[in-house]
Write a protein that binds this ligand. Sequence first.
Ligand SMILES: [Ca+2]
Ligand SMILES: [Ca+2]
Ligand SMILES: [Ca+2]
Ligand SMILES: [Ca+2]
Length: 274
Amino acid sequence: MKQRSPRGAVTALLVSASLALAGLGVIASAVPRAASATGTGRAALLPDVVLRPMTEIRIQKSKGVKLLRFASIIGNSGAGVVELKPDSPTRSAANDCDGDGDPLNDRQAFQRIFGDSDGDGVFTRGVDTVLTKRFAGCSLFHVEHDHWHFEEFARYRLVKPKSGRVVASSEKVSFCVRDSLRFDPTLPGSPFPQYYGSCTQDSITGLSIGWADYYGSNLPGQELDVRGLPDGRYCLRTEADPADRIDESDEGNNGRSTLVRIRGRRVRDLGRAC
Ligand SMILES: [Ca+2]
Ligand SMILES: [Ca+2]
Ligand SMILES: [Ca+2]
Ligand SMILES: [Ca+2]
């Protein structure tokens, strides 16, 4: 069992990040967790997965299909990196992550958590080199995107604002997780240029500190099926790491919501958390 020890600087950073996110529609409930000790004896530099505001909210309608499309931006505000390393390819049945009988079309993915070797409270590549790894989930080849994805990295739901009844959902959205947008260069340890970039079967993927991955509204998966849904107000909710596959410093700030009004082929973001 891991032990957790408080680190003032890291905690202050995370509290300040949480405050900055308040008022931007972030669903934040939990107190940030302090960095924890690893089996290496060094304090663990955990990432903090966060969602940026949803953008590009629009309706796409064609051939009887009506989709609510939107862009998502998932970032890392932590003192450490999100780093995912796929296992080596083997024909072992244990590596058949998705259970379809083929061990070669998927890989087990492990989260790598770096220890704070120099004790400065933040991850520096090449300095903080000692790491532990833990099983995080599956990495699979996605034909639609023509590259490898980490499974179940986000969840999208449209709900009735008052009752909370789910009227449309996409429960297991997967991505190649990489640095595509530097959303906060002021965060300590934020590198330039980006570090995580490619999405082959052997790539180490992830999110650097202060970097996010942008998933545009045109991408497969960035939609909810709203055909047959009456016009009206709905709450669009997104959640990063919904199955808690990534160990991070704050598990309570991974959701975001915005109230939208749908009228026929139009949708308006009313700009209010719900
Ligand atoms: Ca988080
Ligand atoms: Ca498989
Ligand atoms: Ca360090
Ligand atoms: Ca998590």
